[in-house]
Ligand binder design. Structure first.
Ligand code: PEP
Ligand code: MG
Length: 567
């Protein structure tokens, strides 16, 4: 099933000749609905801001009712047998380009009006598309230009067995959710949605990152066999769950799980995890139409504590922004969201929201061990400010006679170079570090983690990243505070050896990676990991580091790489 989205131009997709009438009806309906929207927006804007400001919406409504604008789109559907989405996007795109090319600045600004209109009509056409998901038959693979993390989280797993997107990178949150839910996915395929069509047979290989459209009978047979082998490999890992993650020479490695939803605690423990190293609480916002109340927060954390049965539980305060937007914020995009008002910055500027979460966290801390972690800390002042609010709420709760853990540990993600470089100073004030390589890589290398165009430059084996990680671990050890890694790279078997070689003893990964990681750890010596780390840090290119890790890891523990590793 191919889904279009509102962002960017919609690819050309053919329709059958006998579907033209229905397609024209869909188109007319979307135009009418858009005009109705515009009248409503006009009335509201007029009441709030006056006629002058509101007039633009009236103009938009008039434009959409104009035959000279609508005519070419209808004609395109009828004559060229294409979807309404493509006709709208193509025709209005041409018009906007024409305005944009004009020398007259008054005309140039009209391009934005046309883009607005296009987005509005597409929204109506595509809104209807989302409901198509409900009709997806069993064994459906979704192809989409892009998907939000919450759309992915909402997939009906009994029918949707995988997805591929044109946009995105391996550590974008849509990909992370796919991993958490165990849905095979391939992202960053660039123009796959123009090649795919509804009803096509396809092979989606999330391990290798490939999609085969209209496979041959030989390819199908080959993949059936591979599916069988993977299933057997997974079964062979199942027994490991109950065994400890100890290296051959007896060093204990703590393996924790990353979760997005409270109920995932069970999955982590079933997979052999010893607790939760990262709970991404922003998903409470992403999967709810309304802002969560203090009670919503409290219920989620209390559930985690109950399920964890006394095991470690690190809960991260909301990390909204960048590729994780709430419904209410999605309409006001920032120019550079990854460098914008996201994460702890957003919380510190929206204190009532932040405090609601902190109150719930502290109240839940009375039920069992919880640690609080702040995301995206870039300066000491920011950490101190965030911590000040925790203390403040402790005072409030004490006054109200409510219970909480006054010894609760407060730590931070190290995921920005400034934090990594200043690790020594931070280590004097925080209770623990967790290295977030997903963001640390993007900010160190200036590579957007969700941008498929630069996906090849996004590399956790870059020597600059290695140096920062090594340094943070060293500074934490020197200050005697716990340090872990909860980025996706901790679940990369070869990279995990390197992290252990740098002295890391706690890894937090998605639950599906836990069994393989455990098997790896149980087959190596710390001295072997240390030798890998020593060799890797001496290299000066990410390609060399990656090659070294691949070669050494396979030499030391070939059995850990028997099965197919996640890519
Ligand atoms: C990270 O940045 O490495 C991390 C674990 O946080 P997130 O993926 O939620 O940004
Ligand atoms: Mg992060």
């Amino acid at each position: 099933m191919v889904l279009d989205t509102e962002h960017g131009r919609v690819p050309r997709r053919p329709i059958a000749a006998n579907a033209v009438r229905a397609e024209l009806e869909r188109f007319d309906h979307a135009v009418r609905a858009s005009i109705a929207d515009l009248h409503a927006v006009y009335a509201q804007a007029k009441a709030e801001m006056g006629e002058e400001t509101a007039a633009i919406f009236r103009v938009h409504a008039v434009m959409l009712a104009d035959k000279s604008l609508v005519g070419p789109m209808r004609a395109m559907i009828e004559k060229e047998l294409v979807t309404a989405e493509h006709a709208v996007s193509h025709q209005l795109g041409l018009l906007a380009d024409r305005f944009r090319a004009s020398r007259d600045s008054a005309f140039k600004t009209k391009a934005n009006d046309i883009d607005d209109l296009s987005a509005r009509v597409l929204h109506h056409l595509l809104g209807a598309q989302q409901s198509r998901l409900i009709e997806a038959p069993p064994d459906t693979i979704i192809f989409a230009r892009d998907l939000t993390p919450s759309q992915t989280a909402g997939f009906d797993r009994s029918r949707i067995i995988g997805f591929a997107t044109d946009l995105g990178g391996r550590t974008s949150h849509t990909a992370i959710i796919a991993r958490a839910l165990g849905i095979p996915a391939v992202v960053g395929c660039q123009d796959l949605t123009s090649a795919a069509a509804d009803g096509m047979t396809a092979i989606l290989d999330g391990d290798r990152g490939t999609v085969i459209l209209n496979p041959t009978p030989e390819q199908l047979a080959d993949y059936q066999l591979q599916i069988e082998q993977t299933r057997n490999f997974r079964l062979s890992l199942a027994d490991l769950c109950k065994l400890p993650a100890v290296t051959v020479d007896g060093t204990q490695i703590e393996i924790l799980g990353n979760i997005e939803f409270a109920d995932e605690v069970t999955q982590v423990l079933d997979a052999g995890g010893e607790g939760v190293g990262l709970y991404r609480t922003e998903f409470l916002y992403l999967t709810n139409p309304n802002e969560p109340t203090e009670e919503d927060h409290y219920k989620a954390y209390a559930r985690c504590v109950t399920l964890a049965e006394g095991r470690p539980l690190t809960i991260r305060t909301v990390d909204l922004g960048a590729d994780k937007y709430t419904q209410s914020r999605v309409d006001v995009p920032e120019r550079n969201p990854f460098l914008g008002n996201r994460s702890i910055r957003y919380c510190l500027r929206n204190l009532p929201m932040f405090k609601r979460q902190l109150r719930a966290l502290l109240r839940a801390s009375a039920l069992g061990p919880i640690k609080i972690m702040f995301p995206l800390i870039t300066s000491l002042e920011e950490y101190r400010q965030a911590k000040y609010h925790v203390r403040d709420i402790m005072d409030d709760l004490a006054e109200e006679g409510l219970a909480f853990d006054s010894q609760l540990k407060i730590g931070m993600m190290v995921e920005v170079p400034s934090a990594a470089i200043m690790a020594e100073a931070f280590a004097r004030e925080v209770d623990f570090f967790s290295i977030g390589t997903n963001d640390l890589v993007q900010y160190t290398l200036a590579v957007d983690r969700t941008n498929e165009r630069v996906a090849g430059l996004y590399s956790h084996t870059h020597p600059a990243v290695l140096r920062l990680i090594k340094d943070v671990i060293r500074k934490a050890k020197r200050a005697d505070i716990p340090v872990s890694c909860c980025g996706e790279s901790a679940g990369d078997l070869e990279f995990a050896l390197l992290l252990i070689g740098f002295g890391l003893r706690t890894l937090s990964v998605t639950s599906s990676s836990i069994p393989q990681l455990k098997r790896l750890i149980r087959s190596v010596n710390i001295s072997q990991c240390e030798r890998i780390a020593k060799s890797a840090i001496a290299l000066d290119s990410d390609v060399q580091v990656a090659a070294l890790l691949r070669e050494r890891a396979r030499k030391i523990v070939p059995e850990a790489f028997d099965g197919r590793t996640a890519e």
